[in-house]
Design a protein around this ligand. Sequence first.
Ligand SMILES: Nc1ncnc2c1ncn2[C@@H]1O[C@H](COP(=O)(O)OP(=O)(O)OP(=O)(O)O)[C@@H](O)[C@H]1O
Ligand SMILES: [Mg+2]
Length: 217
Amino acid sequence: MSIITIATSKGGAGKTTLAQLIGGTIAERGYTVAMIDADYNHSLSDWVRTFATYPITVESELDETKIIPLAERLSDTHDLVIIDTAGAATQATVFAIGCADLVLIPCQLSSADIVEASKTNQLIASAAAMTRQEICARVVLTDYQPKTIIAGHVEEELAACGLTVLPTRLHRLVAFKEMTFTGKAPKSGHAAELVSGMLDDIARLDALPFMAMKTAS
Ligand SMILES: Nc1ncnc2c1ncn2[C@@H]1O[C@H](COP(=O)(O)OP(=O)(O)OP(=O)(O)O)[C@@H](O)[C@H]1O
Ligand SMILES: [Mg+2]
């Protein structure tokens, strides 16, 4: 029903972590989730197959010609499809962006993260021009250290590049690393509150329409 692509050409920015947090939490809430792993490192599919404790469909797909048909097929049978992309702009990333209802660009507190977030945003603009439709994109600040000078600086730089940041910042928390071993998205404490806040932000962008349907019914 809804396709969220997670992309930035910066390696290690938090793409797979974000995919695990969103997919794990939405699956935990009882919705059907499918994930497409478009990264040759296949860390997301390894995580789902090895650890994930709830049913999540996962497919590895590196062939750019197969990304859109696969996303559409999975979207017909699942509430949410998440596409995790590689840490470098690939053809598969372009198509994953082109079919998305929302693109999330994770960004940590470094200059290289901002540069690659900005390049990714330009790629999204090109994909939108190519498909002649708007593609909604938001930066997700992650591994975030609030009330630091660097955090303020990064936010100013992102704004100067014309990038819009999701209101909820994912702080640097050990729970987000533990999840890589437990296969469970955080269910309590600060980590769970932040994830919940982020999902509310995403829902406000109309990228989780199935949640609104359940609330309304
Ligand atoms: N909010 C956070 N708090 C703590 N650690 C984090 C947070 N976000 C990401 N990390 C850590 O940053 C590292 C890189 O994250 P991740 O593997 O998700 O990045 P990636 O963008 O998928 O990398 P790649 O480009 O290699 O696929 C991991 O060790 C992850 O645990
Ligand atoms: Mg990754």
